[in-house]
Design a binder for this molecule. Structure first.
Ligand SMILES: Nc1ncnc2c1ncn2[C@@H]1O[C@H](COP(=O)(O)OP(=O)(O)OP(=O)(O)O)[C@@H](O)[C@H]1O
Ligand SMILES: [Mg+2]
Length: 298
């Protein structure tokens, strides 16, 4: 059972899917979920990671995904961009079923989705400009001058100017995250996925990233999905919070609504306590900097 507080949130799992209805298409494009996960299941060997995830991601909203380490947040994001295939269930993007696509078709869908990896991996041997240019060369026929202007605009968006010729090694952690975000948005995606965007940053730099997440939604209508352990960040950026536990959606609502849910598992997570009997340790609320994952994970 999913713990929900509001009427609106309670409706979120049941918005009728209208993609196939003639005449309803134009309306549906505006109102239907941008991303829809239906009964998503994924196991690795004996380990069940996703155990029937149902989720609608609404357009131009910021959905924050919370949950203990190892609960499947990154695995869920990987399904949204086709880096993993579900064992059962479906993934829909803009009214189109995508989990059945081949690799060539996925490339087209991925152009609409920006991805900020867990460690914001940049190519260290390439300059900032070349890092951001990479998707433009791969996926567009822009001229050199068009690319130059687009790179400058992306850097401007993340409040960094004139650092095209710098190498990633010459930047601070916060600047690297911003450059990675500039690269993620340079193709002007409709959806941006962030896997722990503030991890390892001090509170001021973290807040800078929060502001950028809000700005992308506000100024470009981006649909954001933010996976985080950082509850301060969650509270600030979330229109909606989805909490995962044991492969299922445990709670769904605004931050304040979820915080009011009188379920010990929800409360323990938000208060940063270990839940006895669970097989996972819940991270300390204040300890968002100690969390580490290898750079090659999503
Ligand atoms: N490719 C894979 N092969 C085998 N097991 C995997 C694979 N990817 C993830 N897992 C396992 O699935 C579980 C969920 O992993 P996932 O990376 O989604 O966790 P998470 O919720 O993102 O955790 P964190 O908050 O620490 O990043 C973990 O137990 C992980 O070891
Ligand atoms: Mg993860």
């Amino acid at each position: 059972m999913v713990l929900r507080m509001t009427h609106a949130a309670a409706q979120s799992g049941s918005i009728p899917f209208r993609a196939g209805m003639p005449g309803a298409r134009a309306l549906a494009v505006r109102t239907e979920a941008v991303i829809r996960l239906v009964g998503l299941r994924k196991s690795f060997g004996e380990q069940v990671v996703l155990d029937g995830i149902n989720m609608d991601i609404r357009p131009a909203e910021t959905t924050v995904v919370l949950g203990p380490s190892g609960c499947g947040k990154s695995v869920m994001l990987k399904h949204i961009v086709g880096l993993l295939n579900p064992d059962a269930g479906q993934v829909w993007f803009e009214g189109r079923r995508v989990d059945t696509l081949n690799e060539r078709q996925w490339r087209e869908v991925r152009l609409r989705i920006g991805l900020l990896f867990q460690m914001g991996a940049l190519f260290d041997s390439m300059s900032v400009g070349q890092n951001i240019e990479f998707p433009l060369i791969e996926h567009t026929t822009m001229t050199r001058e068009e690319r130059r202007r687009r790179i400058a605009a992306a850097l401007e968006t993340v409040d960094l100017r004139g650092i095209e010729s710098k190498l990633p090694g010459q930047l601070s952690g916060g600047q690297r995250k911003r450059v990675a975000l500039a690269r993620a948005i340079v193709l002007e995606p409709r959806v941006v996925l962030y896997d722990e965007p503030t991890t390892g940053l001090d509170p001021v730099r973290s807040d800078g990233i929060n502001e950028l997440i809000l700005k992308l939604k506000r100024e470009m209508g981006v649909t954001n999905i933010v996976v985080t352990h950082d509850l301060t960040s969650a509270r600030k950026v979330a229109d909606r919070v989805v909490m995962l536990l044991n492969g299922k959606v445990l709670a769904d609502g605004t931050y304040d609504e979820v915080a009011r849910i009188r379920d010990s598992r929800v409360q323990h997570f938000l208060l940063g306590q270990y839940v006895r009997g669970d097989d996972v340790a819940i991270p300390e609320q204040s300890d968002t900097s100690g969390h580490r994952e290898p750079a090659d994970t999503l």
